[in-house]
Design a binder for this molecule. Structure first.
Ligand code: PAF
Length: 281
């Protein structure tokens, strides 16, 4: 695996790869890798000749300073995992390399950033959009892979690639779960043993909602979800919404959309987790 830290070397190396007619798949990450990331890399390996991954903890997408400070980091373990998945190139830029000058970009997300995560993490998606657009401009991948766990992020990245005519195909990949159903996330490492047990509530609730969808009214479902969270000590619901899969508009009645997803965010102790489930499409 080639490891590069500068934009210049990475652009040059990938020009050589493309000159040989090879397709490039890309998996951007912030490190603290787990099976979810590796599944993206495997998918990229299946569909491309050359696979690039990046590790960059993007400071401008953290609206909470503590979250940035506490974000798990283990570069040696990440490198071993990337090697085990046969990654061809790791791009490991510094902050100066990614942001040599103050960031001034402005994006229009068409309202996609105003709901769900956007309401609770002001500026988060702007930070994600800036770094992903820059990474795409450096790597110029044919395809880039993102997990469905961060569903809103996926929609927003889709939108910027369309709006900026970035020649990259966005490939959504399934959420990878632990045996008990907890969605894999780098932040799971921060949970205590007790919190880890309680964290499965998010997926348990989503599964219950999927069964109820179409039967009880949306209001009833939301009240039930609220009650379940209030019953569980140490798990605090931040939001639970049933929304249209493409506009993310919260629904009041099932008939309002044919493509419906339920999204949840909750604090388990000091760790904020998100998850979602497609109810029907
Ligand atoms: O999903 C993530 O890990 C990050 O938001 C991403 C896409 C790597 C951008 O920093």
């Amino acid at each position: 695996m080639i490891k590069l830290k500068t934009v210049k070397e990475t652009i040059h190396q990938l020009e050589e790869v493309r000159k040989k007619g090879k397709s490039v798949g890309f998996v951007p990450t912030m490190g603290a890798l787990h099976e979810g990331h590796l599944s993206l890399i495997r998918e990229a390996k299946n569909e491309n000749d050359f696979v690039v991954s990046s590790i960059f903890i993007n400071p401008i997408q953290f609206n909470n300073k503590n979250d940035l400070v506490n974000y798990p980091k283990d570069l040696n373990k990440d490198i071993d995992l990337l090697l085990s998945a046969d990654t061809d190139l790791l791009f490991l830029p510094t902050e100066e390399e990614m942001y040599p000058e103050p960031v001034t970009e402005v994006f229009d997300f068409g309202g996609l950033d105003e709901v769900l995560e956007g309401k609770f993490r002001p500026g988060h998606f702007k930070g994600v959009a800036i770094v992903v657009k820059r990474l795409f401009e450096i790597i110029k991948p044919d395809k880039a892979y993102f997990g469905l766990k961060d569903y809103q992020q996926l929609l927003i990245i889709h939108r910027i690639t369309k709006n900026y005519h970035l020649p990259v195909e966005i490939i959504p990949c399934p959420t990878i779960r632990e045996d008990d159903g907890l969605a894999m996330s780098s932040r799971n490492q921060l949970l205590s043993k007790q919190e880890r047990k309680q964290a499965i509530l998010l997926y348990e609730v989503l599964k219950m909602v999927k069964i109820q969808s179409g039967f009880s009214s949306i209001n009833e479902v939301k009240t039930h979800v609220d009650r379940l969270f209030r019953k569980t000590k140490d798990v605090k619901l931040e939001y639970f919404e049933i929304v249209d899969m493409y506009t993310l508009e919260p629904l009041k009645a099932w008939a309002q959309s044919k493509n419906v997803i339920a999204c949840v965010a909750a604090w388990v102790g000091n760790v904020r987790l998100i998850d979602n489930i497609i109810l029907f499409s």
